[in-house]
Each structure stands twice: as structure tokens, then as C-alpha cells.
Design a binder for this molecule. Structure first.
Ligand code: ATP
Length: 258
């Protein structure tokens, strides 16, 4: 079930390095939010903080609040592993388990959670592959290895794997950057479908992509090397690309820097 995210006064560190400063933003359920900004401004770092993946890096930590429908995912006693199953993630490079079958790739998370009933697992695999727009292409080879699919198909397999556990939010870190234009369009179409059921946050370097798929856009920047990244502006995507509030945003989206 899609849930809302409220990010409040988030400061993110890698050991002594203050990577991102004072980020507050809101993400509505059933919407797509795009994070844009120059390299190193902290887009991926913020994204990884939203499902507690950031702290997997030794010495990395975050301060502030990330509320999922009002509940702080950083509150005492919250298990980061359960946070990661309700807030799923799709990475830049498709990362299916290459020798595992297509079907098992999709239900890997459910099996880890203890689901054993084969009929139930098959049902989830079919629903998730349909949800990821991959079913028609793979339904006759579900027992073949996931590594045998094309890059675009592998990325949709990873999306099927992410939605199989019925997450509340889907985080996507440059999900199309390793894909050709046709596969990219397939993933973009899919995002449009997925937002009917999920809350989606995507990091993208591709501003046309942000303009095409997202409902709101957040622009991050940093004042200089070694300085923390900051949220400069967040607005609905149309306004952001036609009439941004800040000159800095205008300069970036019109290609004057970055
Ligand atoms: N594992 C890490 N250890 C230490 N510093 C890190 C680590 N990962 C990222 N950083 C630093 O944190 C800052 C933000 O990096 P991040 O990858 O979030 O930026 P980004 O905006 O996503 O960049 P890009 O667009 O190039 O992917 C950078 O200064 C980066 O060098």
C-alpha cells in the first residue's frame, strides 16, 4: 500500500564527512518524485537514507527524521531489515541473482521471509512479473537463469523482485542509466503504471526523464568540493522546469552549469 514520506531536518554523514545538510521534503503517496542535481550533491545518499541502506556503509549515519505515514523509520527499536522490505530499492545496474531462475529471482525476498507454499509463490511471481511488464516475455522460460535476460529485461526483473514483497515505497537509483533508449522508455512507462500503487522516488541524471515521469522534482546542489549537498528547491515538475523559483535551479536545468 502506497504510503507518504516526510523527511525532516535530515543531515547525513560518512564518518566525519558531512555529506548532506538539512534536507526536509515531503513525498505524497502514489506519486513520483525525481531527485536531480550535479554529481556529488548527495542524491543517492539521501535516497539510501530513506530505507536505512545508508548505514550499511561502515561509519555512515544520519540524523533527523524520516516518517513513513507518520512513523519514524529511525525511531528506537525499529529493525532496519524490516524497513528495507517495506521500502524497496532498484539500483543503477540490474543485479538479479544470475544463476537463479527467473521465478526464484522474483520470489527470493518472500522465501527469505519464510513463504514456502509453491502455489502462492508462483502466484506472486506471475503477478509481480505482470506488474513489471515482463510476464509476456518470460512466461515460457521461468525456470531459466535470470542472468540470461537482456539488460532492460533484467532491470524489469529487479523491479518485479522489488514489488513482490508488496513495498510501501519504491526507491530507484538511476534505474535507466545502464539501459538503451527503448528499454529506458519501457521502464518509464512502467513507472507510470507503478505509481498507481506505489510511492516512487527516483534519482536521475536525465532531466528529460525527470520531466517526463515525475510529479515533483527536487533539485540538490553543493556550494563547493568538500561542502555538504543541500536541497535548493522542490516543486511540482511542471513549475520546476518552466518557472523555477531560484536562479541556481534555472541555471542547472537550462544546462548553464553542472
Ligand atoms: N561510501 C562513501 N564513503 C564516503 N563518502 C561517500 C560515500 N559515498 C558517497 N560519498 C560522498 O558523499 C557525497 C554525495 O555522494 P552521492 O553519491 O550521494 O552523490 P550523487 O549526487 O548521487 O552523485 P552522482 O550523481 O555522481 O551519483 C560525495 O561527496 C561523495 O563523494
Amino acid at each position: 500500500m502506497a504510503k507518504r514520506l516526510d523527511i525532516k531536518d535530515l543531515n547525513i554523514y560518512y564518518g566525519a564527512f558531512h555529506a548532506v545538510k538539512d534536507v526536509s521534503l515531503e513525498v505524497s503517496p502514489r506519486s513520483i518524485t525525481a531527485f536531480i542535481g550535479p554529481s556529488g550533491c548527495g542524491k543517492s545518499t539521501v535516497l539510501r537514507t530513506l530505507n536505512r541502506m545508508h548505514e550499511v556503509t561502515p561509519g555512515a549515519y544520519a540524523q533527523g527524521k524520516v516518517l513513513l505515514d507518520g512513523e519514524d523509520i529511525y525511531a528506537k527499536g525499529i529493525d532496519p531489515v524490516s524497513v528495507r522490505s517495506t521500502i524497496g530499492m532498484v539500483f543503477q545496474r540490474p543485479n538479479p541473482f544470475p544463476t537463479m531462475s527467473i521465478r526464484d529471482n522474483v520470489v527470493a525476498g518472500l522465501k527469505l521471509q519464510g513463504m514456502r507454499n509453491k502455489a502462492q509463490l508462483d502466484d506472486v511471481a506471475e503477478r509481480s512479473l505482470k506488474g513489471a511488464n515482463l510476464w509476456e516475455e518470460v512466461k515460457d522460460r521461468l525456470d531459466k537463469p535470470g542472468g540470461g535476460l537482456s539488460g532492460g529485461q533484467q532491470q524489469r526483473l529487479c523491479i518485479a523482485r522489488a514489488i513482490a514483497v508488496s513495498p510501501d515505497v519504491l526507491l530507484m537509483d538511476e534505474p535507466c542509466s545502464a539501459l538503451d533508449p527503448i528499454s529506458t522508455l519501457a521502464i518509464e512507462d512502467l513507472m507510470g503504471e507503478l505509481k498507481k500503487e506505489y510511492t516512487i522516488v527516483i534519482v536521475t541524471h536525465n532531466m528529460q526523464q525527470a520531466a517526463r515521469v515525475s510529479d515533483q522534482t527536487a533539485f540538490f546542489n553543493l556550494e563547493g568540493v568538500g561542502q555538504p549537498g543541500q536541497l535548493v528547491e522542490i516543486n511540482d515538475t511542471e513549475t520546476m522546469f518552466s518557472n523555477p523559483l531560484k536562479q541556481e535551479t534555472e541555471d542547472y536545468i537550462s544546462g548553464r552549469f553542472g
